[in-house]
Write a protein that binds this ligand. Structure first.
Ligand code: BEZ
Length: 219
């Protein structure tokens, strides 16, 4: 298991685009590693097609994508043709799929004990690891095999992670790019004019405490 803020461990693995060493592959970009229960499964097929269509949005945000599934590279390459046909995609598939032999799934706590393959072994759950340019884990999500992920939400959290990495704000529930943000609790009231030239609005609450501090999204 990797905790938030820890360096995501380096590894070398075969993929549908050749062998990669994770830290070298990341370069100085953000990275999203997301796992799948198995090749040739229905929900995964829709997920990979959806992500492939969103690649331009991730690239705009300096984010590289890499999927993982416990099947061999030949299986991945055959499955990619189905994914492309299902999502009406042509050309080279835009990101690699790691061929895991269970080592990474075990190491990173990706297994779903409720879903098993034909041999009775647990399948990989739907994990998402977002790694920053400093190679540290910034966010992880873990969905069971039976629930497909919302990749618009993954884009939204990338926007929040990238904003909050450099500005002293946090993003409220259901925030979207361009929406109002909240001043983080560690910011002292006297530092607000210097840090937030667009202004801060305090929302009164029955407790009388001054912690609901809204500010327009900083540039
Ligand atoms: C799927 O990708 O459709 C799937 C895989 C394993 C269990 C349930 C669904």
């Amino acid at each position: 298991m990797v905790n938030l803020g820890e360096i995501f461990p380096n590894f070398t693995a075969p993929t549908s685009q050749g062998e990669i060493t994770f830290h070298d592959w990341l370069e100085d970009k953000w990275g999203i590693l997301f796992s799948h229960p198995a090749d040739y499964t229905p929900v995964c097929t829709t997920e990979l097609g959806t992500v492939a269509k969103l690649v331009p949005e991730f690239t705009k945000r300096n984010v590289k994508l890499i999927a993982l599934s416990i099947d061999d590279v030949d299986s991945h390459n055959g499955w990619i043709k189905d994914i492309q046909a299902d999502s009406q995609l042509t050309g080279e598939f835009p990101f690699p799929i790691i061929s895991d032999n269970r080592d990474l799934a075990v190491k990173f706590g990706m297994l779903d004990p409720d879903e098993r393959d034909k041999a009775g072994l647990p399948l990989t759950a739907r994990c998402v690891f977002i790694v920053g340019p400093d190679k540290k884990l910034k966010l992880s999500l873990l969905y069971p095999a039976t629930t497909g992920r919302n990749f618009d939400e993954i884009l939204r959290v990338v926007d929040s992670l990238q904003l909050t990495a450099t500005k002293k704000v946090a993003t409220p529930a259901n925030w979207q790019q361009g929406g109002d943000c909240m001043v983080i609790p560690s910011v002292k009231q006297e530092d607000i004019p210097k840090l937030f030239p667009k202004g801060v609005t305090m929302k009164p609450v029955p407790s009388g405490k001054s912690y609901l501090r809204y500010t327009p999204q900083p540039e």
